[in-house]
Design a protein around this ligand. Structure first.
Ligand code: SF4
Ligand code: SF4
Length: 361
């Protein structure tokens, strides 16, 4: 908490603080993945599975986690598919020793079952990607054999059934022109089981998909989330965030709020989406020195013309550039209290198929 507080104060004090003071770290444990989701590319358009993938193992992996922890309280483990790391079980055993204040695992859920007990000890949150409830379409999306989607749904439900409070579960849905009609069913599944729900638009590199910009069906999805948010449904993002996602509104990115680290320990500069490798945290533990080196070799942090609607980029930009939106989030929560109370005591609201009683975390 202390690190986050000090780092946030530095970002509030100026757009481009001296040194590197991340509010969130994102570690790509491995780029390996057996799936073939149609939208799976980095900010340069390269599918993650095709990126050079030099994973860390043993003591090197542990050392890197320690160096990330020295600079940041909060960690997201992503990929690729993190479970495909060859020492995933060992990694799970080591992670709690670093005492991150929150540790979030993002996963498709494929192959998670044998690790569930350790995952619950290592992570405060698990974010499952889910883009459709249609099994046939899901299998096709993953580019895998029949039945994988059904197995993933079963894993999500099994995780929820076994662990009541920790890890908290979030369903993350990426909306594309191809699955617009599927999103309401994914949302209904999230609500029916009390999972927090996150919706973000697919990116083409760092640009929005032209098929979504101004699309009435796309806008209607976010309008619905905004309305439900006001009633206390567990939806990720403040009202300002949801409006910006809906409108593809421009924002002033603060890329240095996020520390993105490649599987081999290289930090990306200036940002997660379009970063260049700027030096290894294993070879240079001083993050401020790495940033100084990146600035000297790659140039000053640009004022980015791309408005890439990456959830981290938009979320931190709103927090720092428009802090009043945080107050709006608090007021929304307060405004939803009557509905929460009603939901808690009304059998009709509790049993409604729309899942209105899910007030979330
Ligand atoms: S599961 Fe994730 S990493 Fe794997 S193909 Fe899909 S989006 Fe890419
Ligand atoms: S908006 Fe931010 S995260 Fe996105 S490409 Fe630009 S600098 Fe990177």
């Amino acid at each position: 908490m202390r690190v986050t507080l000090l780092n946030a104060l530095r970002h509030f004090a100026g757009r481009n603080p001296r040194g590197w003071h991340p509010l969130l770290s994102v570690y790509y444990l491995t780029y390996a993945c057996e799936f073939r989701c149609p939208y799976c590319v980095d900010g340069f358009g390269t599918p993650y599975r095709l990126k050079p993938n030099e994973v860390l193992r043993g003591e090197q992996l542990n050392t890197l986690l320690g160096r990330i922890r020295a600079n940041c309280d909060h960690l997201v483990i992503t990929g690729g598919e993190p479970i495909r790391h060859p020492d995933f079980a060992e990694f799970l055993a080591h992670l709690p020793t670093h005492r991150f204040e929150s540790a979030i695992l993002t996963t498709s859920g494929n192959g998670l079952r044998p690790h569930l007990d350790q995952v619950a000890k290592a992570f405060s949150h698990v974010v499952f990607s889910l883009d459709t409830m249609d099994g046939e379409k899901g299998d096709r999306y993953y580019g895998r054999e029949q039945g994988v989607h059904a197995e993933i749904l079963a894993t999500i439900l099994d995780t929820a059934a076994r662990f009541k409070r920790r890890p908290r579960i979030l369903l993350s849905c990426v909306v594309t022109p191809d699955n617009l009609a599927d999103v309401p069913d994914v949302y209904a599944f999230a609500r029916a089981h009390g999972f927090r729900f996150s919706l973000s638009p697919v990116l083409r590199g760092v640009a929005p998909d032209p098929g979504l910009v101004g699309n009435p069906a796309y806008r209607a999805l976010f309008d619905r989330l905004l309305a439900d948010k006001r009633r206390g449904v567990a939806i990720q993002g403040s009202p300002a965030y949801l409006r910006a996602m809906r409108d593809f509104a421009p924002f002033r990115c603060r890329p240095s709020t996020v520390l993105a680290v490649s599987p081999s320990g290289e930090v990306f500069y200036p940002c997660l989406e379009q970063g260049q490798p700027a030096g290894s945290l294993l070879q240079q533990p001083d993050l401020h020195a790495l940033r100084a080196h990146a600035k000297a070799t790659l140039g000053d942090e640009p004022v980015c013309p791309n408005q890439c609607q990456s959830p981290c980029a938009l979320g931190f930009s709103l927090l720092l550039e428009k802090p009043a939106t945080v107050i709006e989030e608090g007021l929304t929560w307060l405004g939803s209290l009557p509905w929460r109370v009603f939901s808690a005591f009304s059998p009709r609201a509790r049993g409604g198929s729309s899942g209105d009683s899910q007030t979330g975390s």
